[in-house]
Design a protein around this ligand. Structure first.
Ligand code: LHQ
Length: 261
């Protein structure tokens, strides 16, 4: 059974983490297949939004801790190799994909699993889901962008509490804290997530890509630099077919037919 399932329907590429008996923990194969699926999302014009979710009761338990011999007696392992070759490229790929990525968190998201979810553009969680910065429980620090995303999303006080204590944050608290977009009843998760992904897949894809770029750069820009960036990106957006269609549809009081061009 493949550790990643991929299907394309109405412009939405649904990617499902599929190691449910391992709580969808990452092993090298799952990394490789996920990266390939995201490359497909980038390259195929038909793909206009991505929906990332997972099979079974968990979203993802982070690194598969049973993969290696980590024990007091064993030789030390260089974790930078795993981050450099797997997790960091994955986070960059999600952030740099010029198409929106919706993440439907169906259950617990722990360690790198939580931070991969937060690297997506719009996170929707089932009421029974939770987020755990489990790293400190095993002597590590949040990785996969955790130390970047957490303080920016919820402020340093809450980010530090989560990172130091490694406690479970319920999906409801995550939504209330502004860590994620929203929480829905478990039974509604996939319907709601798919409906959002379909709205996005029928939207102005180029404009969405530019929104992602502007937000990414705002993390380090001054206001002056960001204003210049908005000017430059808006020039590009204004040259898109979808901008012309959007304005025409508004004037004609009809629904726009965006082509993602
Ligand atoms: C697992 C795992 C798991 C294997 C549960 N692996 N089996 C990057 C670079 C390189 C190296 C280091 O890491 C990283 C990034 C990281 O992600 S580090 C953080 C790794 N992840 C964790 O530390 C999470 C560990 N798991 C947990 O804290 C809990 O299991 C969670 C909160 C995910 C779920 O709790 P429960 O719902 O209470 O389930 P459980 O604890 O009973 O787990 C169920 C089974 O899944 C159990 O196996 P068993 O044979 O007893 O049924 C766990 O051992 C196994 N499992 N996570 N990451």
């Amino acid at each position: 059974m493949s550790s990643i399932l991929v299907s394309l329907e109405t412009g939405v590429l649904t990617i499902t983490l599929n190691r449910p008996d391992k709580l969808n923990a990452f092993n090298p194969e799952m990394h490789q297949l996920l990266r390939q699926a995201l490359e497909r999302a980038r390259d195929e014009e038909k793909v206009r939004a991505v929906l990332l979710t997972a099979a079974g009761r968990a979203f993802c338990a982070g690194q598969d801790l049973s993969e290696r011999n980590v024990s007091p007696g064993a030789a030390p392992i260089d974790l930078a190799i795993s981050l450099g070759s797997h997790y960091n490229p994955l986070v960059r790929q999600l952030r740099e994909l010029p198409k929106p990525v919706v993440c439907a968190v169906n259950g617990v998201a722990a360690g790198a699993g939580a931070n991969i979810a937060l690297a997506c553009d719009l996170v929707i969680a089932a009421r029974s889901a939770s987020f755990v910065q489990a790293f400190s429980k095993i002597g590590l620090l949040p990785d996969s962008g955790g130390t970047f995303f957490l303080p920016r999303l919820i402020g340093t006080a809450r980010a530090m509490g989560l990172a130091l204590l490694g406690e479970k944050l319920t999906a409801e608290d995550a939504a209330q804290w502004g860590l994620i977009w929203k929480v829905v009843d478990d039974a509604q998760l996939m319907t709601e997530a798919l409906s959002i992904a379909e709205i996005l897949s029928a939207g102005p894809t180029k404009g969405y890509g530019l929104i992602k770029k502007a937000f990414a750069l705002s993390a380090t820009n001054t206001l002056d630099a960001q204003l210049d960036l908005e000017r430059d990106l808006q020039r590009q957006a204004g040259f898109s077919e979808d901008y012309r269609e959007g304005v025409a549809a508004f004037k004609e009081k009809r629904k726009p037919a965006f082509k993602g061009k």
